[in-house]
Write a protein that binds this ligand. Structure first.
Ligand code: FAD
Ligand code: NAD
Length: 483
């Protein structure tokens, strides 16, 4: 808490931002750019889950694993990669990217944009008021002339099964900040966290067992999870689909943990990680003081204003609105809402029609996502099933990614798949999915095509370079036109 700042402003700001993760930082930046005074409240580390226990450390740890796997797929390079990963160096690399969990640099950045940082737990106390409680119990009141923006993110959910506490399970926190490699790691949950953590810890030397009660990555095209399961199995992991954990026990705190499974079996591991979804950080936020339900995800309109609150002052961005639990999508919401807050404060008209400057239209039509597994999986827009459910008349085009010669040059024995879902009425793309080596940087071409609603007739003029993986576009379009 910076008391001199509070006394300087008398606690009165144009905008108060709760949470200084990537989303809170971006809404603060855009509100500042609109000339508004801004207070940012953070109770833990400026930079949020993303910077210290999610996106950044997980990708810092995954990159060496995938870099070695990539080299091993190229004759000549493979022969040069003979040793094991140097885990001490891998962890040291991660520590650099998370700046040793020290947020001084990010706190300085908040200051550099001209916003005031208040450290402590923020709680709404009726319309346009926030009370910040510091660790030492001191309380300070902030008021917001124009907006309070909730960007408090989410936390992992642990299922209510017997022995869960005794098992002392890892969540994404220990999954990204541990500097020791358990010999045997059981991972429960086949979503994004589960598959990335399985790739990562298997690559670092654990014997990983991944337990998924449904398919892997069930929200993506089915082939994505199938490719990732195969990749994990080839890397030595034990992938079990359709299995539930019914109980856990770790009688000796220093000993192994035993998982009881619903197939009648048991699994012993040195540690167990739960990657079974998220809950919003809205339970201790004073939502009841403005007529909302504590602990709920916050329903928002296209400018990220919370529905059901009078006076157009409460916004919710990022994970808390449950639109897309992704840093880039939350930052997009923050840029959009920050500009909308600025426009409303200045009494300017809003440009909130679909695809307008103050509308988060991409949340509905063009959310891109990459899982940094081996192979990688990336998708944007609708899957074939989602398009069918939405009643769209579609043609689904499927291709082996090795149809592009660039893919084979990239990796000997390239394994991958591409799918595009075409809206037959408008001849535009509704969705695209790629699974394969090095496809993460390919996805943005699909995002541009989907968000831009680029007609296929024009897309054929976007010529991809030979010999790149991107040439898959040429073959996808040719396959679409073939009867
Ligand atoms: C393991 C893992 C890997 C991921 N990888 C990716 C990825 O590669 N790419 C991607 O796009 N997404 C990824 N995600 C998702 C991504 O982490 C989230 O979508 C993102 O962090 C959301 O940003 P946010 O700012 O909304 O919330 P957070 O990053 O969670 O930040 C919220 C901040 O609010 C603070 N806060 C909470 N309550 C209060 C309060 N009452 N008062 C004051 N401060 C408060 C918290 O301390 C925190 O600093 C990953 C998630 C996990 C778990
Ligand atoms: N690279 C990325 O973009 C990236 C990486 C990781 C996470 N994320 C995002 O972070 C968010 C959280 O990821 P997550 O994987 O924790 O959540 P998730 O909701 O994506 O997946 C959780 C999975 O756990 C399963 N599950 C729930 N309860 C279970 C139980 N009791 N037993 C077994 N399985 C159970 C669910 O069926 C689901 O498949 C997601 O929205 C994800 O997209 C993004």
């Amino acid at each position: 808490m910076n008391e001199s700042l509070e006394s300087r402003s008398n606690g009165a700001y144009d905008v108060v931002v709760l949470g200084a993760g990537p989303v809170g930082q971006n809404v603060a930046d855009h509100a500042r750019a609109a000339g508004l005074t801004v207070a940012v409240v953070e109770r833990e580390l400026v930079g949020g889950e993303c910077s210290y226990w999610a996106c950044v450390p997980s990708k810092a740890l995954l990159r060496p694993v995938v870099a070695v796997a990539d080299a091993q797929r190229v004759d000549g390079a493979r022969q040069a990669v003979t040793g094991r990963l140097d885990t001490a160096q891998v962890f040291a690399r991660r520590d650099r990217y998370v700046t040793d969990w020290d947020d001084t640099g990010q706190a300085e950045w908040v200051k550099s944009i001209g916003a005031d940082l208040f450290r402590g737990h923020g709680r709404i106390d009726g319309p346009r008021r926030v009370i910040v409680t510091r660790d030492d119990g001191a309380r300070h009141t902030l008021t917001a002339r124009h907006a309070v923006a909730i960007a408090t993110g989410s936390r992992p959910v642990l299922p209510d099964i017997p022995g869960i506490n005794e098992a002392r399970p890892w969540t994404n926190r220990h999954g990204t900040d541990s500097s020791t490699v358990p010999a045997r790691l059981a991972i429960v949950g086949g979503g994004g966290v589960g598959v990335e953590m399985a790739t990562l810890w298997q690559g670092l030397g654990s014997q990983v067992t991944l337990l998924a009660r449904r398919s892997l990555l069930p929200r993506m095209e089915p082939f994505a999870g199938e490719f990732i399961a195969r990749g994990l199995t080839q890397a030595g992991a034990d992938v079990r689909i359709g299995v539930r954990v019914t109980a856990l026990r770790r009688p000796d705190p220093a000993g192994p943990v035993t998982l009881t499974l619903d197939d009648g079996g048991e699994l012993e591991a040195d540690d167990v990680m739960f990657a079974t979804g998220r809950a919003p950080h809205t339970d201790d936020l004073g939502l009841d003081t403005v007529g909302l339900t504590p602990g709920s995800w916050l329903d928002v309109d296209t400018t990220c204003l919370v529905r059901g609150v009078e006076g157009d002052w409460l916004y919710a961005l990022g994970d808390v609105n449950h639109r897309a639990l992704l840093t880039h999508q939350g930052k997009y919401q923050a840029r959009t809402a920050g500009d909308a807050i600025g426009a409303r404060a200045a009494g300017l008209p809003l440009d909130d029609a679909p695809w307008g400057d103050h509308a988060t239209t991409a949340d509905q039509h063009a959310v891109p996502q990459v899982f940094f597994t081996d192979p990688e999986a990336g998708a944007v827009g609708l899957s074939a099933e989602e398009a069918a459910r939405a009643g769209r008349r579609t043609k689904v085009v499927d291709l082996d990614l090795s149809a592009a010669q660039g893919a084979n040059l990239y990796a000997d024995g390239y394994q991958g798949h591409a799918r595009m879902v075409v809206d037959l009425d408008r001849e535009i793309l509704l969705g695209v999915t790629f699974v394969g080596y090095g496809i993460s940087e390919l996805l943005h071409s699909a995002t541009i095509a989907v968000a831009g609603e680029v007609p296929l007739k024009r897309l054929r003029h976007a010529v991809a370079c030979f010999p790149t993986v991107s040439e898959i576009w040429l073959f996808l379009l040719a396959a679409y036109h073939r009867k």
